[in-house]
Structures are given as C-alpha cells and as structure tokens.
Design a protein around this ligand. Structure first.
Ligand SMILES: Cc1cc2nc3c(=O)[nH]c(=O)nc-3n(C[C@H](O)[C@H](O)[C@H](O)COP(=O)(O)OP(=O)(O)OC[C@H]3O[C@@H](n4cnc5c(N)ncnc54)[C@H](O)[C@@H]3O)c2cc1C
Length: 325
C-alpha cells in the first residue's frame, strides 16, 4: 500500500546522512528506477539522484508496448514505477543535476548542483538520451500533435494516415518499414543522399505506397490544432513545396546524455557508453544502463531490464571486491 509519509524520508537531509553509499544511481527514468528497486531488494545502501523523475516517459503521450499495460499514459507508467520504488523507501534526491563524477581509488565522488558531494562504492549512469531534433519552426509546437520521434512506439497511431519520415540513415529506413502495416501513404524526406545500409534500402523497393524526396530540406512543420504538413526546399530546383501529411516521424538519431563520464569510459562514435554483459563500463565499479548505452533499441522495457541487470551485477561486484566489508 502506498504510504505518503515515506516522502518525508526521501528528502535531501536523509540523503546527507549517509557517509558512503554502496550504490548511487544517476537518473530516474525506467533504467534508474528499476536499478534502485533491484538494488534495494538486495539490501544495498542505494540512493537516486535525478533531475526529473520519469525521464522521457514524461514526453510520451501513450505507451502501448509495455507488457501488462495495453495502453497507458507515459506519465502514469512513470508514477507506477516511482510508487513501487517509494514503497521500498529508496532515498531520492530530485530536482538536481549531477555535475561531475570523479574516481577516487575504488570509490566515486559525485558532485551535485545543490553544492554537495556524495561518495559511493559503485555508480550507475542512467541519464538516458534525447532524440535529435530538426530544429525547424513548428517542430516543438506539433510534437505529439503529429510530430513524433519513435516509430517503434507510435507507428500504430498512424493507421490509414499519410506520414512523412525525416532522415536518411538506418533508423529512418526502419521507421518507414515499421509504418508499412499502418500508414496509407509514406513520404521519406532527406536533406542529402541515403546513408542507410544497402540491405535495408533494398527493402524500400517493394513498398508501393512510398515516395522518396532526397536532397530536400524540411523548413517548417505547419498545421492548426494538429500538424497538416511540412514546407520543404528542393535543393535541385531551389523551390519550396508544401507536402500535406497527418504525421511527421523524425528519425535522425539520438543524443546520449553521456557527457558526465564520456572522457573516463569507452564510448562509441555516437558518444554512447560501451558496457559489458553486466552493464559495467570500462571503469570497474562504474555501470551504465538504458538509452545512454550503445544498445541499439531505445525502449522502456529494455532500459528497465538493463537497470535490473546493472543492480544485480553491482551486488555481485560489491561482494567480490569488498568481501562483506
Ligand atoms: C516521444 C517519445 C515516445 C516514446 N514512446 C515509447 C513507447 O511508446 N514505448 C517504449 O518502449 N519506449 C518509448 N520511448 C523510448 C523510451 O522513453 C526510452 O527508451 C526510455 O525512457 C529510456 O529510459 P532511460 O531510463 O534509459 O532514460 P530516460 O527516460 O531518458 O531518463 C533519464 C533520466 O536521467 C535524468 N538525468 C539526465 N541527466 C542528469 C543529470 N546530469 N543529473 C541528474 N539526472 C539526470 C533525467 O532527469 C531522467 O530522469 C519514447 C521516447 C520518446 C522521446
């Protein structure tokens, strides 16, 4: 049963009382919250430091692919995760940013925007990522009103609609493929030539309802209550054109929030953190989970699962390294 009195115990004062944590989690999205839940159940001294509980779930209108919930609002799912973590009385320091992470011998010092520093034996970075934006007029205004950044998540919402896909890499082509069972018409628009793999591009040849506009730059998203189309510049003719559509799927990559540790751990070319099968980075004791890692499928259930894996691995690591200390 949810207990409101727990809230009092999860404020900064309680957080400050612990001299050295077993495990600190940076981030309160699906990865961070599930990691804390699993760690607490193992009896670890665990706390969460987070700017905004819920992470990207707060920008998600409807989730219909998290098993057990056929249709749930992103924020409601996040509240359910949080309630579960609160039942276990995990201390949460929220509304703050972690600004620096420093390794001192085996431990980590975490400096936070409240001016304080916390020491922990192990640390999880679960700071997620953000879809890369086009940065054009109307994009923000029509987000969730036709504009979306996640084909896997939103394709079924475009049943019998005309959808524009922005991008020319693998994720844009996969976005087109995800839309095929749902959309009545698909238009792919990309500012230069395709960068996607040939094996994926070959699949586009069989899609009758697909139009492709390469060397075409999106200038703005237009609409009223909902988006109704885009303005685009044809770079060959230098002419502007209006393409009417019900949706715009922007698939131009994600940016991992990895800057806190990208200079001390191994990352890939997109600055996503490399981890082993136990979610451990190249620095022993420093773990990463969810969208901040290089795992290719950025989804709630996958982030949550990686958080769980990290917590279980942290528990094993502490037993091995500290031998019951
Ligand atoms: C519009 C949209 C719709 C989506 N729809 C779906 C869907 O229907 N189904 C699905 O499975 N997936 C969906 N996704 C993807 C899903 O939301 C993500 O894969 C998932 O949220 C990633 O979880 P995470 O915990 O790794 O990171 P995030 O959710 O990004 O959480 C990151 C956390 O870290 C915190 N943080 C970041 N930096 C700092 C810092 N320096 N200090 C303190 N805290 C920090 C943030 O405040 C946040 O709490 C969608 C994504 C978007 C953008």
């Amino acid at each position: 049963m949810f207990n409101f009195s727990i809230d009092k115990k999860t404020q900064s004062s309680e957080f400050d009382q612990i001299k050295k944590w077993d495990f600190l989690v940076v981030g309160g999205g699906p990865a961070g919250l599930n990691a804390a839940l699993y760690a607490k159940r193992k009896g670890l001294k665990v706390g969460i430091i987070v700017n905004e509980i819920g992470g990207q779930l707060n920008n998600t209108t409807w989730v219909d692919n998290y098993i057990g919930f056929s249709m749930i609002e992103g924020e409601e799912l996040s509240n359910k995760f949080l309630d579960h973590v609160k039942q276990l009385e995990v201390p949460i320091l929220k509304g703050v940013y972690v600004q620096g992470i420093e390794q001192v011998k085996q431990d980590f010092n975490v400096s936070v925007s409240n001016g304080k520093e916390y020491t922990t034996k192990t640390l999880l970075l679960a700071t997620g990522g953000e879809p890369r934006k086009l940065g054009v007029t109307g994009e923000k205004e029509f987000t969730n009103k036709g504009v979306t950044y996640c084909a896997t998540c939103d394709a079924p919402f475009f049943k019998d609609k005309h959808v524009i896909v922005a991008g020319g890499g693998n994720s844009a082509v996969e976005g087109v493929i995800d839309l095929v069972p749902w959309a009545s018409k698909i238009t792919l628009v990309h500012r230069s030539q395709f960068r996607a793999d040939k094996i994926l591009l070959d699949k586009l040849n069989d899609i009758d309802k697909l139009d492709i506009h390469l060397e075409t730059q999106i200038i703005s998203v237009v609409g009223n209550e909902q988006m109704t189309g885009i303005q685009a510049l044809d770079k060959h003719t230098n002419e502007k054109k209006l393409i009417k559509a019900d949706g715009l799927l922007i698939e131009i990559g994600t940016e991992a929030n990895s800057k806190l540790i990208k200079d001390i751990v191994e990352t890939n070319e997109r600055e996503e953190i490399k981890v082993d099968l136990n979610q451990m980075t190249s620095v022993p004791g420093l773990f990463a989970a969810g969208d901040v890692t290089e795992q290719p499928f950025k989804q709630i259930i996958i982030s949550a699962a990686e958080g769980a894996k990290a917590a279980l691995a942290v528990n094993q690591y502490l037993i091995q390294i500290y031998k019951g200390e």
